[in-house]
Design a protein around this ligand. Structure first.
Ligand code: BGC
Length: 348
């Protein structure tokens, strides 16, 4: 399947007015629904493991409630069967709109179909749901995330060297996009022999313990590597743990993503080189506003579109920022994402 971010490359903004024609099929026989005018939004989450997801949830709820609505939240603990059950339970609670952060972007196509049967539109949040008639996708430009990670590392290495690569969870469409972005930068250098990938693997469920195992395997194979291209802060943390035990932490640059507090602290103490800051408040509040609009039948403006294998899904893609020791204060701290004390003194 060829997933492509459309048109943004030309810095050409198209405005797509997303018209939602779904009607609530069962609505007429629900007296409860007829008397209830508070908007209810279902939020089905893959996990709350990474710190960012708790913030996504909290900002999302805060915004929906500020608009007068209510959010029902379920979290599936990285389990597809459980996430399908969660969605079914939200459908039977007769939510007006479903917002899904899929554990598995392919498996959740079923959930979209079931929601549509009940007349409920679906928004994919942060991670795409593939091969289905998805109504809206809100995320960051994930291919750019991968490009920025690889560009940073290559720059640090002066354009050549041996690297270890840790991709994300194979079930997460974002992981494929991060890898695609990284490949865009690395492939020409690999082809001409300037960059050699000495070890690479996918981190199942983005679990830091799996990242640590992959890094252990890399170190057992060779200690001759100049950088580690980790796709998020959780896997960077696992890799750095392994490097620490081998006496290698802080010796070569390690990339990340999410601006997790512990990752920012590692950037300060020098064991991690960079992270990608994705403004969680922006994605959560935009998603809340868009979902609320959909629930009230108002038109929604999308600035882009993404091919999910079945259709060009109207999409809203937000920008990301590269964070290093030099700009920590002007980015995550200035934005109020973490306090200066927590980042600079909390890691000690
Ligand atoms: C998100 C990352 C996150 C990862 C693990 C990805 O889909 O975009 O921000 O670190 O999932 O939860």
């Amino acid at each position: 399947m060829n997933i492509k971010v459309g048109l943004t490359i030309l810095s050409f903004i198209i405005s797509i007015v997303v018209g939602f024609t779904l009607s609530k099929s069962g609505e007429s026989d629900s007296s409860d629904k007829l008397t209830k005018d508070q908007i209810v939004i279902g939020l089905s989450m893959d996990t709350l493991k990474e710190a960012r997801w708790q913030r996504d949830r909290d900002y999302f709820i805060e915004k929906v409630e500020a608009m007068g609505g209510k959010v029902l939240v379920q979290s599936a603990n990285s389990d597809d069967t459980r996430q399908i059950q969660d969605v079914r339970s939200l459908i039977s609670s007769r939510v007006d709109v479903l917002v899904i952060i899929p554990h598995n972007g392919a498996a959740m196509a079923t959930a979209v179909k079931e929601a549509h049967k009940a007349g409920i539109p679906v928004v994919a949040y942060d991670r795409l749901i593939t091969d289905c008639d998805l109504d809206l996708y809100i995320s960051f430009d994930n291919e750019i995330v991968g490009e920025e990670q690889a560009k940073y590392l290559i720059d640090k290495l002066g354009g050549e060297g041996n690297i270890v690569r840790l991709y994300g969870a194979p079930t997460d469409n974002n992981a494929k996009l991060f890898k695609q972005g990284q490949d865009n930068i690395l492939d020409p250098l690999i082809e001409k022999g300037a960059i050699r990938v000495v070890h690479d693997d996918w981190v199942k469920d983005w679990d830091p313990a799996n990242a640590k195992r992959i890094m252990n395997a890399a170190i057992t194979k060779t200690k001759d590597f100049d950088g580690v291209l980790a796709s998020n802060d959780g896997s960077a943390g696992g890799a750095i743990q392994s490097m620490m035990e081998a006496g290698l932490a802080g010796k070569v640059p390690v990339t990340g993503q999410d601006a997790d507090l512990v990752a920012c602290q590692r950037i300060v103490n020098g064991t991690q080189a960079m992270t990608i800051y994705k403004p969680i408040k922006s994605i959560a509040t935009s998603a809340a506003e868009l979902a609320y609009k959909m629930a009230t039948g108002k038109p929604v403006i999308a600035n882009s579109s993404v091919d999910n294998g079945e259709k060009n899904v109207p999409s809203v893609l937000l920008e990301v920022t590269v964070v290093t020791k030099e700009n920590l204060k002007d980015t995550v701290i200035a934005d109020g994402y973490h306090s200066e004390e927590a980042v600079f003194d909390g890691g000690k």
